[in-house]
Ligand binder design. Sequence first.
Ligand code: SF4
Ligand code: SF4
Length: 471
Amino acid sequence: MNGASPIADEHFRDELSNVDKKGKRLWVFPKKPKGDFYNYRTWFSWFLMALMFSGPFLKFEGKPLLLLNVLERKFIVFGMVFWPQDLNLFAILMLSFVLFIVLFTVLFGRVWCGWACPQTIFMEMLFRKIEYFIDGDYMQQKKLANQEWNTEKITKRGIKHTLFWILSFVIANTFLGYIIGIDQLKLLVQDGPLSHLGKFSSLLIFTTVFYFVFAHLRELVCIFICPYGRLQGLMLDKNSMVVAYDFVRGEPRGKIKKEVQADKGDCIDCKLCVQVCPTGIDIRNGTQLECINCTACIDACDEVMVKIEKPKGLIRFASINNITQGTKLGLNLRNGAYTVVLLGLLSVFFYMLITRKQIETTLLRTPGMLYQTQADGKISNLYSIEFVNKTFDELPLELKLVEPKGEIKLIDGADILVHKESVGKTSFFLLRDASEITKIATPVVIEVWSNGKLIETMKSSFNGPVLKQTN
Ligand code: SF4
Ligand code: SF4
């Protein structure tokens, strides 16, 4: 869906607003935004940033609230440890997340990008604010960029990029806190970088990447790199709510003249909406891939409308059908189908989460071995058993043979103790009287108990020579 106004020249879709005819990047100098939406966005961003920066320090029952240790493949969410064995849960959660994003985008466009994406929040609320503070508003920024390298420019650039780098270092540390946990991070700081050269080098690499993204790449991330942004064209339709210019009301645009012009629309072609845009586009051309729904143009245009005594909302959150036909946001067949599938996936996810086992056991009869005859004439099979302890406690485990009649003998004779958050393995013989064996393969049922509680019931089979025939 292009959502372009019928009067718009579609030629603009052939070129990018921030690239010149020779393919050279044109630096975007957005005018400092102000207005109601910007204020809401600022408050919301501070809330999200407070959450994000404090996240690694937050604990739940002594454990991190959120730990995403991809290096050791261990994840903690609200005190629950997830292991690679929980991949099925993770897959369903990811599917639900993707579907949620699709559904949300179909209904509300790219609101995530402008209001909640860490890239936009850091860029607009931290880095851009530092830039406005040091370099001034967009006109001063342009002037500074074009002037020769004198003391003023060197000083300003030096201070700005030093601050950018420090901020990138803080962000990289925060992300590292989510990966290795705050306790590990504190150790890293206490011991000094030389004691953890590998981790420190990774930290510097991440810092440099963040610095490069926020100091240089900027809107290019949203336009070219982010796959979500690239998929917008597939997800939006004429009922999607996006930041849109009401071309019915605004056109034909034209400068304000003293004499009343009955045929003129409300747009006075002041271009303020273009000047504030952080991706450098003209929203009056219609919905575009580059628009991150930051709402800066809504604020700018509302201010103009107030000044010229016209109703606010020439640029507003609206769908194309809302602008052309006055239809309201509603559920259509596609949205309804997405919602049903999403609810189904979430139900499966929560069911699996609730019924998820804290200890997972895998029982295997040792491959390649049939049976052994012991010195006392008993027939034995060798099994190996693996326990994944997902809890934060050490667990003593006990194996009880339910069927067939026989005896379990642990190889090392010791009790089974599985350390917290770890994987334990042991092997055992299942011994049976030869006279009891009536089948080549007899089903085996073994229960795993811990502290008087049944943890899991395992099934396998017992191989043996058939010495006694059944009737
Ligand atoms: S067009 Fe408006 S909402 Fe879209 S990115 Fe530009 S300023 Fe933000
Ligand atoms: S800010 Fe509003 S009035 Fe000014 S050019 Fe943009 S749409 Fe037209």
